[in-house]
Design a protein around this ligand. Structure first.
Ligand code: 13P
Length: 259
């Protein structure tokens, strides 16, 4: 089984003292988790990236942001560029989260440009994809996710190498209604197959698979972690609410370590 990755998405929560406390607890526990088994990534609000660098540099724990600008510099009030992220040694950035695409009307094209920008600067994108409840009820979930991937694939399938795709069904976020193991496994497998088959079709690669991770997100907690992360096709989890509690987040990392 491949190395699992556990990603915290802290959203717009916390304060300096909250992050100092959380980082200290995660760092001290992580010593007990074999870094070779589980990768831990903390995706935090921009103002606390300096703190993550201070706490986690050379610790084996990675950190990153929850968004990035598609441009490198210029008159874009309120935006943060990828080079600003790398100033704080960020290794990851979440893009395309449904909370952003819904509230700020982000288009697939915009997200694809951000993906490319991150790759150009060696920051790993964590691309969120997923369907609404109505789309799943209509049996359109694969079509929707495929369309979200296709805009990025127009830059070639190799662009996905070393990136993370998070399958986050919108209905499962913040709802306490996680996807069933079967739903998570099916979609993660579909995403991998689709990207690999596109790679083959474009003649990029013969047999070699593109090294990428596909994780599940949406109401992951300490009770369903084992079931979801034991699935072959699920390479990890993207955690919202449970990352706000050091105890719960650490418990989830420990469970991933047991698999
Ligand atoms: P919850 O874990 O709170 O459902 O949030 C999931 C999420 O949006 C992670 O990006």
């Amino acid at each position: 089984m491949s190395k699992k990755i556990i990603i915290a998405n802290l959203k717009m929560h916390g304060s300096s003292s909250f992050y100092e406390d959380l980082f200290a607890q995660v760092k001290s526990t992580q010593k007990h988790i074999a870094v070779s088994d589980v990768e831990i990534v903390m995706c935090i609000p921009y103002p606390y990236l300096f703190l993550a660098e201070k706490f986690f540099a050379h610790s084996g724990i990675s950190w990153g942001s929850q968004n990035v600008a598609k441009d490198l510099a210029g008159p874009f009030t309120g935006e943060v560029s990828v080079t600003m992220l790398t100033d704080f040694a960020s290794q990851y950035a979440i893009i395309g989260h449904s909370e952003r695409s819904t509230a700020y009307c982000e288009s697939d094209l915009n997200i694809a440009e951000k993906f490319k920008r991150l790759k150009e600067h060696n920051v790993r994108p964590i691309l969120c994809v997923g369907e609404t409840f109505i789309e799943r009820e209509a049996g359109m979930e694969k079509k929707v996710v495929q369309a979200q991937l296709e805009t990025i694939l127009s830059n070639g399938s190799e662009i996905f190498a070393d990136s993370v795709i998070a399958y986050e069904p919108i209905w499962a976020i913040g709802s306490d209604m996680a996807a069933s193991p079967e739903q998570a496994q099916n979609m993660c497998s579909f995403i991998k197959d689709f990207i690999h088959s596109e790679g083959k079709q474009s003649g990029n690669n013969d047999q070699k698979k593109i090294p990428l991770k596909v994780v599940y997100g949406g109401s992951v907690n300490e009770k369903n972690t084992l079931q979801l992360l034991s699935l072959d096709e699920v390479d990890g989890a993207l955690i919202g609410r449970c990352s706000l509690s050091a105890d719960k987040f650490i418990q989830i990392c420990n469970l991933a370590h047991q698999i």
